[in-house]
Design a protein around this ligand. Structure first.
Ligand code: SF4
Length: 292
């Protein structure tokens, strides 16, 4: 059966620059794996199960921070550890350096820039406020380089902070925050706390994908947001879309499609987070084409 549903894809979706670079970092070591060398990846290379599994199928071994800190795996000067796109903590870098491990740093350039800016601002003796999810690996990694940091999860927590008018503050944020909300916070801070400067470092890939979902969400009967459940940037796409179009669904792959969603749907919008491979989108399109 050929579907009559018109599919509109967001003009920017799927793999970003940082994810492609992290995958490239791994691909450099395929030959080493073929020669029976052990090549490790720290954590989820990118926040997508499909990619993580694909790398494991190629022979990469996934490690986590505890494995390194608690010496559960023997690492030495011949071991290669690839750092995931979201980076890791200062403690891990130091631990790997002590063991003389070969570090292939897949940390995205945008994450590195935030880390550098934070260190620079702290050196100027500014208090650091970091806006983001303290449990997300990107945030854990960045803030581990600060001596002291105040964390706010969102606008509400930011408003509740006790800001000392005698001090200077620098506010940095996670790469995947909602660009529109950052603007609102900027306006608030300029009015209420002139001594807090926002360094908006939401990455270009994130903001482009957020704009692109805004463009199509209102034009379609159903909006599909595709990506890993742990992917922060995909979650933000979902949050934006559902505000515009209540008929928005968040799925990881084609197996999660539900036929009832498609009743009466003439136009369907699709977007995907920055770590979602094209093959997943293709499979979703094929299933819709064949079954709904
Ligand atoms: S979403 Fe942005 S910060 Fe994250 S990996 Fe991609 S380019 Fe880098």
């Amino acid at each position: 059966m050929k579907s009559k549903i018109k599919i509109i894809k967001a003009r920017k979706m799927g793999f970003c620059f940082g994810v492609k670079a992290a995958i490239e970092s791994c691909n450099k070591y395929i030959e080493n794996i073929k020669n029976n060398e052990k090549i490790y990846i720290l954590g989820m290379l990118v926040h997508n199960e499909y990619i993580v599994k694909e790398m494991e199928n190629k022979g990469f071994i996934t490690l986590n921070e505890e494995d390194i800190l608690e010496d559960k795996i023997e690492l030495n000067e011949k071991s290669v550890v690839i750092i995931r796109a979201h980076g890791t903590t200062k403690q891990i870098y130091e631990n790997l350096a002590r063991k003389n491990v070969i570090i292939e740093d897949g940390t995205c350039i945008f994450v590195k820039k935030i880390r550098e800016k934070m260190i620079e601002e702290e050196e100027k003796e500014n208090e650091i406020i970091f806006l983001g999810d303290k449990d997300h690996p990107e945030v854990k990694g960045i803030i581990s380089f600060a001596k002291k940091v105040i964390i706010a999860k969102d606008f509400e927590e930011l408003k509740a902070l006790k800001i000392d008018p005698q001090k200077s503050y620098s506010l940095l944020c996670q790469t995947t925050l909602n660009k529109k909300k950052i603007k609102e916070m900027k306006t608030f801070l300029e009015k209420e706390h002139f001594n807090v400067i926002i360094y908006d470092r939401v990455c270009g890939a994130t903001s482009e994908r957020q704009e692109a979902v805004r463009e199509i969400a209102e034009k379609v009967d159903l909006m599909l947001i595709v990506g890993g459940q742990k992917s922060s940037n995909t979650q933000k796409l979902y949050d934006i879309s559902i505000q515009i179009n209540p008929n928005t669904k968040f799925i990881s792959d084609e197996t999660e499609l539900v036929s009832e969603w498609f009743h009466g749907v003439k136009k369907l919008g699709i977007t995907a987070g920055a770590s979602t491979p094209d093959i997943i989108i293709k499979k979703i399109e094929n299933r819709i084409e064949e079954e709904f």
